[in-house]
Design a protein around this ligand. Structure first.
Ligand SMILES: NC(=O)c1ccc[n+]([C@@H]2O[C@H](COP(=O)([O-])OP(=O)(O)OC[C@H]3O[C@@H](n4cnc5c(N)ncnc54)[C@H](OP(=O)(O)O)[C@@H]3O)[C@@H](O)[C@H]2O)c1
Length: 320
């Protein structure tokens, strides 16, 4: 099939394009950055340069590709968050831009897809930090989202809800939103790279276990996330799917294992009040009160198989 990937050079796009090519698809990869065209070529796709926030440029880029399937992997999260951003993630420039990519750019890509007669649309969503903070530690796609997210996550939650609704309700084709767990592996925030955005503070022991470390996180290796996306390009009913590994786990369990793999000393432990004082309410909720996600639907309906079913094995063998 002809597949158009917006965000072909990102963490997920960069893993996805080679997998699509290996499965026999003809891929056009969109970047905003002219100098990254060779990177797109090296992944096996034909590059096209467009700013996702420019509706005419997007329409032209998509029209030039005449895709049957459009994949939306646009985010703007590669910028490093400062300590002040941690306290107020809603003011982080990368988060504000990502919200625009999840709303405005989604609209532009959907309009372009409709205009060229595409029949399928697969978009990046997120499973982490979104579920209602009630009920069990592991939630499914049928469970409610947090009706009252901490202030730092409110605008992000609204943008993601917008994207999921816009994509999964299209009438001109089939729309799927993939709620990825936290990425780890090459090119992501958790990797062996010295500047990996989550790994770096763990190495410096700036990423403590807050309170009891009860917050449940769902992880997914970047190659597994790309594999789920490649399958979703080909089949699966419209709707949302959690793309996470088999073992959602509380911070107190996975963080010491990751620190050890990264060669760091064990994470410090700080009481909840100190976590709130130092890092703010949103970060504290992430460490103590969030829920994980179940991947049963994605396995059952997409037939997705994971190379790293647990972060235990993935952290040990798949970080880079
Ligand atoms: N679920 C998760 O855990 C999750 C999800 C997403 C990201 N992250 C993390 O966030 C960090 C950065 O993610 P990333 O590597 O995907 O990088 P990124 O900087 O967020 O960029 C992603 C893609 O979006 C494209 N893009 C951004 N703005 C655009 C615009 N206005 N027009 C056209 N294209 C645009 C970029 O194109 P260019 O080629 O122009 O750069 C790139 O291909 C990584 O550490 C990653 O692990 C985590």
């Amino acid at each position: 099939m002809k597949v158009f990937v917006a965000g072909a050079t990102g963490a997920l796009g960069g893993a996805l394009v080679p997998q699509l090519v290996a499965r026999g698809h003809e891929v056009v990869g969109m970047t905003r950055t002219a100098s990254k065209q060779d990177l797109v070529r090296s992944l096996g796709a034909r590059p096209v340069v467009a700013d996702a926030l420019d509706p005419d440029a997007v329409a032209q880029a998509v029209a030039s590709a005449e895709p049957e399937v459009i994949v939306h992997q646009l985010t703007a999260l590669s910028e490093q968050m400062s300590a002040r951003d941690m306290r107020h993630p809603e003011r982080f420039r990368g988060a504000i831009m990502t919200n625009r990519l999840r709303t405005e750019a989604t609209d532009h890509l959907l309009a372009a897809g409709r205009a060229v007669g595409a029949r399928r649309f697969v978009a990046q969503s997120i499973a982490a930090f979104r579920f209602a903070r009630t009920g069990g530690p592991v939630q499914t796609e049928a469970d409610p989202l947090d009706p009252d997210p901490p202030a730092g996550l409110r605008t992000a939650q609204a943008a993601i809800v917008y994207l999921e609704q816009a994509v999964t309700t299209i009438e001109w084709g089939e729309g799927l939103a993939l709620r990825y767990g936290g990425f780890y592996g090459p090119g992501t925030g958790i990797s062996l790279a010295a500047d990996a955005v989550i790994a770096a503070p763990i190495r410096k022991r700036w990423f403590p276990i807050v309170g009891d470390g009860d917050g449940v996180w769902s992880h997914v290796h970047i190659e597994d996330a790309a594999a789920a996306t490649a399958v979703a390009v080909e089949h699966g009913r419209p709707g949302v799917y959690n793309i996470v590994d088999d073992e959602p786990a509380p911070v107190r369990e996975w963080l010491p294992v990751l620190a050890s793999v990264l060669g760091a000393k064990p994470p410090r432990r700080v009481p909840r009040w100190l976590g709130r004082l130092a890092a703010g309410e949103t970060a504290t909720v992430m460490m103590t009160d969030v829920r994980g996600a179940s991947n049963a639907k994605a396995k059952r309906e997409l037939g997705w198989q994971l190379q790293y079913p647990s972060w235990r094995q993935g952290f040990a063998q798949g970080l880079g």
